[in-house]
Design a protein. Structure first.
Length: 274
C-alpha cells in the first residue's frame, strides 16, 4: 500500500505540518507513479536501496513492496515522525541525515552493493549525483526523479542541447538514460515544471583509463572547455592544449566542447599532459 493524495493531505494535517518550500519539497501523491519508479529502479528481494529525501514515505512503501531492503534518508526533522509512522511498520530503516554531508561509507557499511532511488530537488540534484559517482562506488545504480531539464543534462550525449560538463562526468563513470517523464499533477504541492526519471548505471571501469589520464586532469580540461562553450577549443583551451596535442588526440582544434564525447576528452587530456 502506498499513499494517495488524500492520505498525504490527512497525514500532514494530523501532524500540523506542510511541505517546505526552502527544501524544495513536492510529495508524490499518486500510487501508480511511485510503483512505476520502483519498477524502473529494477530492485527486488536481496537488493539494498538507499532512498534520499524520503519525505512522507510513499516511494519508500513502493520500494518495500518489491522486497528490497530500504534505508530511507530524510533531513527535515519535522517529517521524521511522520516518515517513521508510515514506513517503519513495513520494515524500512529511517535515518536522519543530509545527503550532501552524510558519511556515505558509514551509512552504507555492511553491504557492498547498493542502488539509490531519490526524488531530488533542483538545487541538489546535479552536485549530489556527481559526488556519488566520484566518491561512493558502493552505489552501483541510481534512479533519480529530477526537473526535466536537469535530467536531460545528466543523460545528454554530444550534440544534444543539454550536453555539458556534467554530462561528461556522468558518462565517465556510468551510462545514463531518461526512462520516463512525470507530470506536475502527481505532486503536492504541484510544481511549475515537469520531471524526468533518469536511470544511471555505473560502469565496471571508467570510460577513460585513469592510468592514462586521471579524472582530476580530465575534468579540469572539460570544465575549461565548457566554460567558453561557444568558442572553438583552440581558443577555449589556449594555454592548456597546443596544436601538437590536438593532432595527437585526433581532435580538430576548430571543434567546440559539446562535440566531444568522454573518450575524445580523455584522448585530448592525455595528449595535453605529455
Amino acid at each position: 500500500m502506498t499513499l494517495s493524495r488524500r492520505d498525504v493531505s490527512d497525514l500532514l494535517a494530523r501532524h500540523g505540518t506542510r511541505p517546505s518550500r526552502a527544501l524544495g519539497q513536492n510529495f508524490v501523491v499518486d500510487p501508480n507513479t511511485v510503483r512505476r519508479i520502483a519498477r524502473l529502479a529494477e530492485v527486488g528481494p536481496g537488493d539494498h536501496v538507499v532512498e534520499v529525501g524520503a519525505g512522507l514515505g510513499s516511494l519508500t512503501l513502493a520500494l518495500r513492496e518489491t522486497g528490497a531492503a530500504v534505508t530511507a534518508v530524510e533531513v527535515d526533522t519535522r517529517l521524521l515522525p511522520l516518515l517513521r509512522e508510515v514506513v517503519e511498520p513495513v520494515g524500512a530503516t529511517v535515518v536522519e541525515a543530509d545527503a550532501m554531508t552524510v558519511d556515505w561509507r558509514a551509512l552504507l557499511a555492511g553491504q557492498p552493493r547498493w542502488s539509490l532511488v531519490a526524488n531530488l530537488p533542483y538545487n541538489v540534484a546535479t552536485p549530489l549525483v556527481a559526488d556519488l559517482l566520484d566518491t561512493v562506488p558502493e552505489i552501483e545504480a541510481m534512479l533519480v526523479m529530477v526537473q526535466r531539464e536537469v535530467g536531460e543534462r545528466l543523460a545528454a550525449a554530444p550534440g544534444d542541447e543539454g550536453y555539458g560538463a556534467v554530462s561528461v562526468k556522468v558518462a565517465y563513470w556510468a551510462t545514463a538514460s531518461v526512462v520516463g517523464r512525470v507530470p506536475a499533477t502527481v505532486f503536492l504541492p504541484k510544481p511549475k515544471v515537469e520531471s524526468a526519471l533518469v536511470r544511471i548505471e555505473r560502469r565496471p571501469a571508467p570510460a577513460v583509463d585513469p592510468a592514462v589520464v586521471g579524472p582530476d586532469a580530465l575534468f579540469a580540461l572539460v570544465r575549461a572547455g565548457f566554460g567558453q562553450r561557444r568558442k572553438m577549443l583552440r581558443r577555449s583551451l589556449a594555454g592548456l592544449v597546443d596544436d601538437t596535442a590536438f593532432v595527437a588526440a585526433g581532435v580538430p582544434p576548430t571543434a567546440r566542447a559539446e562535440e566531444l564525447d568522454v573518450v575524445a576528452w580523455g584522448r585530448l587530456a592525455a595528449c595535453a599532459k605529455r
